[in-house]
Write a protein that binds this ligand. Structure first.
Ligand code: UDX
Length: 426
């Protein structure tokens, strides 16, 4: 099938590329001409394991095309995916400028039947309103069908998740479109959840809200464990064996970051408020997350007394390992707070290099800890578990390690004379 992917960001590029692997021909469109020309030269703008290889392979097979000519691509394909960004506004609502522009382009271009598949994360009611807009703009009802087909891709595992989904959600009023979407994904082995347009939008938000809730829940439990000198990993093992709970998303740490959880929770809270619903749980989930870095700065101050003019090294800048994405990274929140307290911050990340005048970013892990009073591990890159702790100890001035992701073995570092602070790890 010929597919047009409108928006070649993280979701569009990954979805489009994997669809070529599933045997389709995909035209990835973006108005950023520079990005398109780089992609046409084989330069991939994001760090996502396995993606570059698939892009190069399918470009060579002539299955995958990159273009800025949206009108031509829409004309050429009968299946159109919308994969544009829906960033947050100040008040938590969604900025729909990019989506409105796409709808306007569709209104100007559609002359033959199109199945329009929404992958962008949009608030409940948005797909219905896109449908109404197209009709108001003069596109005959029979000329298009809208399907809501949200993505559940984790950065760093996006190709794997796209190939091995836990479920495929299809929101649509049209039997024909439901069949068509199922045939698009026929090579994938996953159950389908078929619902209304708005039902699919709600599934996406409820999923992210639930995952974020699990993280804030375990971080709150970790706070209590800490007060009683209880090891959080033991408590999680006890929870994980209960099938009703599942072991996933129960890693205590500095909290969740990334482009989705905070944004989606705020948007859901906003949209509920519009309907006079107060979302106490969603508000608390965000509150726990927002205060988690303060808690560990407080623990650091208890050890160093004062952070002013102290040299603090932070390992990990991306919001999680295996990505170069720093959006809403807990590490950057932590760094801002350390700077506020007068600390001199040095940082190291395996792939992110921040050109910032506020911190000193090193490209060598051991250089980054020379003369440091304390080390904070903010992102659990696997590289950090393989470091030579003797070398680290010899280079540091102080001996405090804050393991914000509970990935260092406390027994080993304590043996080397470190003072270890983990997340509820007495
Ligand atoms: C998330 C959802 O998982 C995905 O389904 C959705 O489509 C997009 O948002 P992503 O943002 O890529 O994906 O990252 P994810 O792996 O979910 O982690 C989000 C944050 O939560 C990270 O900062 C991570 O460190 C943190 N996290 C995750 C925890 O603190 N504890 C956990 O147990 C799991």
């Amino acid at each position: 099938m010929k597919i047009c992917m409108i928006g070649t960001g993280y979701v569009g590029l990954t979805t489009g590329t994997v669809l070529t692997e599933l045997g389709h021909e995909v035209f990835c469109v973006d108005k950023d001409k520079d990005k398109i020309s780089r992609l046409n030269k084989g330069e991939v703008p994001i760090h996502e394991p396995g993606l570059s290889e698939l892009i190069i392979k399918n470009k060579q097979r002539n299955n995958l095309h990159f273009t800025s000519d949206v009108h031509k691509a829409i004309k050429e394909c009968s299946i159109l995916f919308i994969t544009v960004g829906t960033p947050p506004n100040e008040d938590g609502s969604q900025n729909l400028i990019a989506l409105d522009e796409v709808v306007e382009t569709l209104a100007q271009t559609i002359t033959a039947h199109k199945t329009i598949i929404m992958k962008s994360t949009v608030l409940p009611g948005t797909n219905e309103s896109v449908q109404e807009t197209l009709i108001k703009r003069g596109i005959n009802h029979g000329l298009f069908d809208i399907v809501s087909n949200p993505e559940f891709l984790r950065e760093g595992y996006a190709v794997f998740d796209m190939m091995n989904p836990d479920r495929i959600v299809i929101g649509s009023h049209s039997e024909k479109s439901i069949k068509l979407v199922k045939s698009l994904y026929r090579k994938l082995d996953a159950p389908y959840v078929v619902t209304s347009l708005t039902g699919a939008e709600m599934i996406k938000y409820a999923s992210n809200a639930f995952l974020a809730t699990k993280i804030s829940f375990i971080n709150e439990i970790a706070r209590i464990c800490d007060a009683f000198d209880v090891e959080i990993t033991d408590v999680v093992s006890g929870l994980a064996t209960d099938k009703r709970i599942s072991p996933h998303f129960l890693k205590a740490g500095l909290g969740y970051g990334g482009s989705c959880f905070s944004k989606d929770l705020r948007a859901l809270e906003y949209t509920a408020r519009q309907k006079n619903i107060i979302t106490d749980i969603l508000i608390s989930v965000q509150k726990v997350n927002d205060t988690q870095t303060d808690l560990y700065i407080k623990k650091l101050i208890e050890k160093l007394y004062d952070l002013s003019d102290k040299k603090i090294t932070v390992w990990g800048l991306s919001f999680k390992p295996d990505t170069d994405d720093i959006r809403d990274s807990r590490s950057l929140h932590l760094i801002d707070k350390l700077i506020e307290k007068g600390a001199n911050v040095y940082a190291y990340d395996p792939i992110v290099h921040l050109p910032s005048s506020k911190i000193t970013c090193h490209q060598d892990i051991y250089e980054s800890i020379k003369g440091s009073d304390a080390l904070i591990l903010a992102t659990e890159w696997s590289e950090f578990q393989k470091v030579n702790w003797i070398k680290v100890k010899d280079s540091m001035e102080g001996s405090v390690i804050v393991d914000g992701r509970n990935v260092i073995d406390p027994v080993i570092v304590k043996k080397h004379g470190f003072h270890y602070i983990g997340v509820a790890r007495p």
